[in-house]
Design a protein around this ligand. Structure first.
Ligand SMILES: C[S@@+](CC[C@H](N)C(=O)[O-])C[C@H]1O[C@@H](n2cnc3c(N)ncnc32)[C@H](O)[C@@H]1O
Length: 286
């Protein structure tokens, strides 16, 4: 039976009623919290995630099982990109986090000057607003990433860094294509970070992928082979590839088996889930 009080504060835990894709925000939260509690070789410092997991009336272990490192790898790679963006853009830095859920990246980055636009579906934004601290840097936009409302929140003439961590796999490929096209048209010079799953795994989710006995992941229709990403990107005007890496590559000492498998010539084409960065071309002037 789940303890109804936080082990840290003794206060009653907060109820959370999420289902379907919005419930998936709890999965990376669980894994980041576990990473934040590691004594050595931590990829991220994230006391806010750890505290939140303690405060919620939700049986994370029952749903998601033993924590894994992959969401922390994604979070850290994205943190590093954001830090680099902030250094380059200084006071003009704008980050748009699509499908942000309960990601606590804004507080890990800790830069008060950044303009941070957090986008998620209305029920998810309501949870974020209720459970995370407010911040003057943050604008919450309750809409689908596939709507254009969030684009209107980006200051005119800026080239934002747009992140879509754990999001695009829940879309159909046609939606991913049209999202990329609209971003390229609207924000020349923008950068886009996202992760992908391979097609064999996408197919598995369509049949009902059981993460544990008690939790079945929602459908993730969009899968793409690592080897096919450059061609996919070329087929959408306005984008160039900056980098495509397997999840095993950024921190191989933490993901040795996955890293080894994804470097096997026969497996590299189709096995890896990726961390990908694109840049929207600047428009020709004159
Ligand atoms: C796996 S979670 C990832 C959350 C967060 N990015 C992280 O890494 O912790 C997926 C998130 O995408 C959001 N989402 C699903 N469909 C969406 C849509 N059409 N537009 C915006 N967000 C969406 C969900 O509500 C959820 O917060």
């Amino acid at each position: 039976m789940l303890d109804q009080h936080s082990p840290m504060t003794g206060e009653p835990k907060a109820r959370i009623d999420l289902t379907g894709v919005p419930e998936t925000m709890l999965w990376p939260l669980w894994n980041r919290a576990a990473e934040a509690r590691r004594q050595t070789n931590r990829l991220i410092d994230d006391p806010l995630s750890a505290g939140l997991v303690d405060r919620l009336e939700y049986d994370f272990r029952r749903s998601f099982g033993r924590p894994s490192v992959y969401h922390a790898v994604r979070a850290r790679v994205c943190d590093d990109l954001i830090r680099d963006h902030l250094k380059r853009k200084q006071s003009e830095a704008v980050v748009v986090a699509l499908g942000e859920g309960l990601e606590t990246q804004l507080w890990r980055i800790g830069d008060k000057s950044v303009k941070w636009i957090s986008v998620d579906v209305p029920e998810a934004v309501a949870v974020r607003q209720r459970l995370l601290p407010s911040s003057d840097s943050q604008t919450l936009v309750a809409c689908s990433a596939l709507d254009e409302d969030w684009m209107d929140a980006v200051p005119e003439g800026t080239a934002p860094l747009i992140t879509a961590a754990g999001l695009l796999m829940y879309f159909e490929e046609t939606d991913v294509r049209s999202l990329f096209s609209r971003i390229a048209n609207r924000f020349p010079g923008a950068e886009l970070f996202f992760d992908t799953i391979p097609p064999f795994f996408a197919k598995k989710t369509l049949k009902g992928f059981k993460v544990t006995k008690h939790y079945t992941a929602p459908r993730m229709p969009w899968g793409i082979r690592m080897a096919d990403i450059p061609e996919f990107v070329r087929s959408i005007p306005g984008w160039e590839v900056v980098s495509v890496r397997s999840f095993g590559e950024p921190f191989p000492n933490r993901t040795p088996i996955y890293n080894w498998l994804t470097h096997m010539p026969g497996l590299r084409k189709w096995l890896p889930a990726t961390l990908t960065v694109l840049r929207a071309n600047q428009r020709e002037t004159g």
